[in-house]
Design a protein around this ligand. Structure first.
Ligand code: NAD
Length: 489
């Protein structure tokens, strides 16, 4: 059952992803989808919507008629018990028609304020009372701070056990994010170096060119820290920094990630300004077109204090990482759309060779997450010719798939995992709670002090100057993400 089946997420991500699974044979014939939303629609109209959304997203659609015949619609008010009773009746009919063995997945693709109410009704009105499995898939945001997240979790837990709750972080469905583990744990040349003896710093960038578009109302209350750092950025950091799990199963991987989040040095009060930088975009130009300032966007306050950019320095206080800064930055209306991880290795003790600028480049391992997918290793090698001069060379691996932000592929993998009951690439409550307790301390300071410098970066740039200074203080600089692109190497 997809709650919010007439919404943007269902249309752009969920239906196309389900179709891909169907086409690849990963979805058996024994399935039915009930689309649940407020507006009245017939099954035919709903199936037409599904067909349209699939054809917009995917070229191939040979089996679209057969696929869409499995879709049913239920017009629903999420607060009305009677409506749940008729939904349950429809689900029971479909269960026997398609021989579903009482297995049910409830996907909440709706505004978060309804999550708790729906979960409670699902239990009270008997929808979770099934012979097979019952699973709840829940979209972000999971609360807006630790307290609200706890409240939501308590509501969900009355109807579902922790191992029945699949909290989506679509970054965890991305091919190259899943690849972090393999790069680290399947290569003898990296894992021995993956620590504070050989790594100087790590930089995680997730930049967007788009502004807030129509999401001003939501974004005003959220900001980049809650929208990106609490979930996606900290999840990537956890994967980069965790110890090798003793087994590749859900519990072991999650428990290693949780240890990283527990070791994150808390930043609070006066320290926040030394470790974190907030930014808000001003007007500017993006690909030679002028773009408005954040404060001029729809549903945004003209004196908004909301950050559209965050840069931060994280420290993980454990044996492996003590002293290695992990820099993160994310923002809207930046110069390039790019998610990349740069691992900068320490300089070798002495430079025997020289390059034109007399310094030897450090070795870098770059993991390209989106839009390009790949890995680049930056080395130094001899420059061809008579002299013994070193020159930078790059070893490149490019995945063929070009991944756009939120592509159906990530959702396709996550939906498939959920159907198989594999929760590895979903966030456990412990991870959610630890991440909120880390970011809450920063939000507290930012919300209680008005940033007088806002707006502080022009649209089409890589963020405020203070973000560069954050690294300069430590003797580093942000590696320019566009220069590191796979095709430029
Ligand atoms: P949307 O506003 O486009 O759709 C909301 C859906 O909820 C509609 O189908 C609407 O009919 C239904 N709805 C609203 N009130 C209802 C009620 N009282 N009873 C029954 N149905 C009701 O939202 P969206 O963009 O699809 O986002 C859904 C969720 O997914 C949100 O939690 C959002 O944060 C999350 N999310 C969305 C995206 C995205 O790309 N759109 C990405 C990541 C996360």
């Amino acid at each position: 059952m997809i709650f919010g089946a007439t919404g943007d997420l269902a249309k752009r991500k969920l239906f196309p992803s389900l179709y891909r699974l169907f086409e690849k044979g990963n979805l058996s014939e024994h399935f039915a989808v009930i689309g649940v939303a407020r507006r009245p629609l017939t099954n035919d109209e709903f199936q037409d919507n599904v067909k349209k959304s699939v054809s917009t997203a995917i070229d191939k659609e040979d089996r679209i008629e057969e696929f869409s015949s499995h879709f049913y619609y239920h017009s629903h008010d999420v607060t009305d018990s009677d409506s749940y009773a008729s939904l349950n009746k429809l689900a029971e009919q479909l269960d026997s028609h398609y021989q579903l063995d009482g297995n049910r997945i409830f996907y909440l693709a709706m505004a978060p304020e309804f999550f708790g109410t729906i979960a409670l009704h699902l239990k009270e009105d008997g929808l979770t009372n099934v012979n097979g499995f019952k699973r709840l898939v829940i979209e972000k945001p999971f609360g807006h701070n630790l307290e609200s997240a706890k409240e939501l979790n308590t509501q969900l837990r009355t109807a579902f056990a922790e191992d029945e709750i699949y909290r989506i972080d679509h970054y965890l469905g991305k091919e190259m994010v899943q690849n972090i583990e393999v790069i680290r744990f399947a290569n003898a040349i990296f894992e021995p170096l993956w620590n504070n003896r050989y790594i100087a710093n790590i930089q995680v960038t997730s930049s967007e060119v788009l502004g807030v578009e129509e999401r001003g109302r939501y974004y005003e209350k959220s900001g980049a820290l809650r929208d990106m750092v609490q979930n996606h950025m900290l999840q990537m950091v956890a994967l980069l920094a965790m110890e090798p799990p003793i087994r590749l199963n859900t519990d072991e991987i999650r428990s290693e990630k949780v240890k990283v989040l527990r070791a994150l040095r808390p930043i609070s009060g006066e320290e926040v300004k030394d470790y974190f930088v907030r930014g808000q975009y001003d007007s500017g130009s993006i690909t030679s077109e002028s773009a408005p300032a954040y404060r001029e966007e729809q549903m945004v306050e003209p004196d908004s204090n909301t950050e559209t950019y965050v840069a931060g320095k994280l420290l993980i206080d454990n044996f492996r990482w003590a002293g290695v800064p992990i820099y993160i930055r994310t923002g809207k209306r930046m110069a390039a759309k790019s998610t990349k991880i740069v691992i900068q290795f320490k300089d070798i003790p002495m430079n025997l060779y020289y390059q034109t600028e007399q310094t030897l480049n450090p070795n870098l391992l770059v993991i390209h997450i989106q839009p390009e997918e790949g890995i680049t290793l930056h080395l130094n090698a001899k420059k061809a010719g008579q002299s013994m001069e070193a020159t930078p060379v790059k070893l490149n691996f490019a995945n063929k798939g070009i991944d756009g932000i939120n592509t159906p592929e990530a959702y396709e993998k996550l939906l498939y995992d959920c159907m198989r009951g594999d929760a590895t690439n979903f966030t456990h409550w412990d991870e959610v709670a630890l991440s909120w307790s880390f970011t809450d301390k920063i939000s507290e300071v930012w919300e209680s002090t008005v940033e007088k410098n806002f707006p502080n970066y022009a649209s089409g740039t890589m963020g405020p100057k203070a973000a560069d200074e954050l690294l300069e203080k430590d003797g580093y600089f942000w590696w320019p993400v566009t220069d590191l692109d796979v095709e430029k190497c």
